[in-house]
Structure formats: C-alpha cells, structure tokens
Design a protein around this ligand. Structure first.
Ligand SMILES: Nc1ncnc2c1ncn2[C@@H]1O[C@H](COP(=O)(O)OP(=O)(O)OP(=O)(O)O)[C@@H](O)[C@H]1O
Ligand SMILES: [Mg+2]
Length: 275
C-alpha cells in the first residue's frame, strides 16, 4: 500500500493536531494504574474487501488488552497491512466493528482514535515528508504545542538513540533504507503514543539494529504493541502473543513461544520458520 503523500499527510493531520490531548492522557498517571487488563483494541467480525474483489479479511475478531505485546503474522498477501490500516481508520470495513480504548472507530471519531496510536507504515517513505528528518521528527510534537527548543531536543535525543545524529539535516531520500526505517520510527516515538502499531518495523535493519529496536520497544511505556512482521525470531523476542492470518481469518491466537516451536503448523500457514 502506498498512499500519495498529500493524501497521507491530510489523513494524519487530525491525528497530529489533536496530540495535545494525547499528551495530557499520557501524562495522567491515573489512566495507567486503573484496570490493567482493560481491552484497548477490540475487533468484532470485521470484513474488508478491496473494490470488486473477494474479501481479504473475513469475520476477524480479537481483543488486545492493556499490557499485550502482540505479533501479527501471516504469509505475504495474507492481509496484515490491510488489517492494521483498518485499525487506524485508513480503510473502513464493509461490516463489523473496531473499538479503540472504548471509542468505536468511525469517520467522526478518527481524530480521537488516532491521537492514541503511533502507526508506522510498511513503507517508511510514507512517513517522512519534510525537507529534513529533524523536521520530520519535530513535526508532530510542534503541532501539539511543544516549544521549538523542546521538540528539537527530543528529536535530537531520538536521532542519537537511533544512530542518526549526523543525518539530522538530510532529507529522507538521502538516507539508506534502514536509516529511513529508523527515522520513521523516531518520528512516531516522538509523539509518545499509548498504542503502537508497527508494520514490518525491521525491514532493512541489520541484526545489531534489530536487537537495538527490540530493546527500545521493550522499554516503551505503551499500553499495547501490535507488530506485523515476517521476522519470526525477532517477534519471539519482542512479543508474547501471536495472531496468525491465513485465508482471510485469524487461524491462531496463542502464546508466541509454543507457536515458534511448532514448525509443522507454521509451515502449513506459509511461515516456514527457518527461511
Ligand atoms: N490497494 C489495493 N487494491 C486491491 N488489492 C489490494 C490492495 N492492496 C492490497 N491488496 C491485496 O490485498 C491482499 C492483502 O494485502 P496486504 O498488503 O494487506 O498483505 P500483507 O499480509 O500485508 O502482505 P506483506 O506480507 O507482503 O506485507 C493481497 O492479496 C493484495 O494483493
Ligand atoms: Mg504488509
């Protein structure tokens, strides 16, 4: 999926502009102490079809609770990105419902919903649109009212965390694929989301950066992480639970460790573990 940049920016603006409320949510300690097992993401009988095609997603139901770190697995073309884009309202299901922190995902609630979610696209180019990556990372925080100095300090810290200090003033197209991926992740983390949804976050990263990203993600104070990836061993280090999409349905919803030991089942689902 690759949206034209203008359409993409337009679709993300309500989300970015409402981040002042996100900031107050994330800085309210009461919200993180109540009901630790509350449902954060609820999907009920979701059906989604691209125009003039059979449904890619059929009767998808699952719940992600506070504290869940979840892998979304499935063969190429199984519908992972399509499902993630439904969750943030970039695509609307034909039938079924999605609820984020108790708010039904509908056209009129999208600004409210998106203010809670940090979403990284499968293609990092869809995330970076400013003249420099420093501006890409300060863009969201500046729009929710952070001072230029504070936003720049936060961005420079994130650039340092991801080994990109020397590239702050370059545009995304002057970076390597892996560097673009890291810059895109930095631009999301700068927004301090409560729900993190990542589509193939390790694409283009070498093993050392995959390890570093895992360490960063494990330390984040978010309520829920949902990660679509083909990097099965890496998912085993970062997540506890796996959802596996196949034939348009969630065929497995289980702990990830036993699943990663079950090579025969993974093979049947188009996910041979050592390839
Ligand atoms: N814009 C589109 N129009 C029509 N069909 C599409 C469109 N985008 C994706 N599809 C189809 O929908 C199905 C699911 O695609 P999706 O990108 O969600 O899969 P995925 O599981 O994310 O795959 P990958 O592992 O390659 O990222 C595929 O068969 C794909 O060809
Ligand atoms: Mg995908």
């Amino acid at each position: 999926m690759s949206l034209p940049k203008t359409q993409l920016i337009a679709s993300l603006l309500p989300y970015i502009l409402s981040l002042s409320i996100l900031k107050s949510l994330t800085s309210n300690p009461q919200l993180s102490t109540h009901n630790p097992y509350a449902a954060v993401v609820e999907v009920e009988k979701l059906v989604y079809a691209y125009s003039r095609q059979e449904p890619v997603l059929q009767e998808i139901s699952f719940t992600l609770n506070k504290g869940d770190r979840v892998a979304l697995m499935g063969a190429t073309g199984s519908g992972k990105s399509t499902l993630l884009e439904n969750l943030i309202g970039l695509k609307q299901p034909q039938t079924g419902s999605i609820t984020i922190s108790g708010i039904p995902v509908e056209p009129q609630t999208l600004p409210q919903v998106r203010r809670q979610i940090g979403f990284s696209f499968q293609d990092a180019n869809d995330q970076l649109f400013m003249p420099t990556i420093l501006e890409d990372i300060t863009f969201g925080p500046r729009n929710y009212g952070m001072s230029a100095v504070e936003a720049s300090d936060r961005a420079r810290q994130l650039l340092a965390d991801f080994g990109l200090e020397a590239y702050a003033n370059r545009s995304a197209h002057e970076l390597s694929g892996g560097q673009r991926r890291l810059a895109a992740l930095a631009s999301i983390l700068a927004l301090e989301p409560t729900i993190l949804i990542l589509d193939e976050p390790t694409n283009g990263l070498d093993p050392a950066w995959r390890r570093h990203l895992a360490q960063v993600l494990l330390k984040l104070p978010v309520q829920v992480i949902l990660i679509a990836s083909h990097d099965l061993h890496w998912l085993g280090r970062v997540t506890q639970r796996a959802l596996v999409l196949s034939g348009g349905r969630i065929q497995i919803d289980s702990d990830i460790q036993p699943l990663l030991q079950d090579g025969a089942t993974l093979d049947q689902l188009g996910l041979p573990i050592d390839w």
